[in-house]
Design a protein around this ligand. Structure first.
Ligand code: OGA
Ligand code: NI
Length: 289
């Protein structure tokens, strides 16, 4: 990574994390998806979506071995030489793969990422211009190392789609709609997985792993490791609070599309990632969209 003295990484003063204010959120909803009482789950989801905009889930059915395999592959990939990683880098005409220069709101993030989509190819609007009817075909790029990366990544993505669709059924029911209400919108979905690596940062008080933002999609299901660093803006008081890692749990946060589909009742929530000077951190968000 670059030196943090590179001002491209400096957050505006009011965006810099204040370690003395560091606070871990209490009472983030934790939802057990194996609970036999569906009405109780739906009630808890409604509460979580209106009061917090995010929650954690346990007993979600994703095999922990599969998650660990992908975490291992991710670790191996990011530890390759820059030369190797750049063989699959994002470039003109290639929107999926490796890159380390993402900016959130014009400030560079202290991270490197690897993106891939679930559908091959993924068909997406070629531009944001509504009169432009061109369709872009996005294709994944796979590295040679580690050799298992492609197979593990694809298997994981399939499981994530199934979990995402199950959550959409519960969310639909929590809005008083039929479970299948949103299903038709996902026929040609553009869902993707991102492997995130946040290296140790010499000046964690100046930079952020990801600057504050809301996810643009429908919902995001995040696997974070045991280091911690994800913070969300608590709706009740607007303060940044840390989401404490819970082994094998997933964090679910609502995106902008769900906010629209719920007529603003389920708001998409602002979040960011703080970094630290000692430990590297890995996370794997799945964006359902
Ligand atoms: C993101 C994001 C959170 C994390 O990539 O959009 O918010 O914990 N990541 O890495
Ligand atoms: Ni995000």
């Amino acid at each position: 990574m670059a030196e943090v003295a590179d001002i491209a990484f400096f957050q505006e003063l009011e965006q810099r994390p204040d370690p003395s204010l560091k606070q871990e959120a209490q009472g983030i909803p934790l939802i057990d998806l194996s609970c036999p009482d569906i009405d109780a789950i739906i009630y808890d989801i409604r509460h979580a979506c209106t009061k917090w905009g995010f929650f954690q889930i346990i007993n979600h059915g994703i095999p922990s071995e599969l998650r660990h395999k992908l975490e291992e592959a991710s670790r191996k990939f990011f530890h390759l030489s820059m030369n190797e990683k750049r063989k699959v880098r994002i470039d003109t005409g290639k929107v999926l793969g490796y890159y380390d220069t993402e900016h959130t709101k014009n400030i560079r993030d202290w991270k490197e990422v690897f993106d891939y989509t679930v559908q091959q190819p993924t068909l997406a609007a070629a531009s944001v211009d509504e009169n432009d009817h061109q369709v872009a075909h996005w294709e994944n790029q796979w590295p040679q190392h580690p050799p298992e990366m492609r197979q593990v990544s694809e298997e994981y993505a399939k499981d994530m789609v199934a979990l995402g669709m199950r959550l959409m059924e519960l969310i639909a029911m929590s809005m008083g709609l039929t479970a299948q209400r949103f299903e038709e919108f996902f026929k040609d979905h553009t869902s993707s997985v991102r492997l995130n690596h946040y290296p140790p940062c010499p000046s964690p008080e100046l930079a952020l792993g990801v600057g504050h933002h809301k996810d643009p999609g429908v919902l995001t299901i995040v696997a974070q490791d045991d280091v911690g660093g994800l913070e969300v803006r608590r709706k009740s008081d607007g303060r940044w609070v840390g989401v404490k890692p819970t082994p094998n749990a997933y964090i679910v946060n609502l995106g902008d599309v769900l906010q629209v589909w719920s007529n603003g009742e389920y708001e998409s929530v602002d979040h960011r990632v703080i970094v630290n000077s000692e430990k590297e951190r890995y996370s794997i968000p799945f964006f359902l969209k």
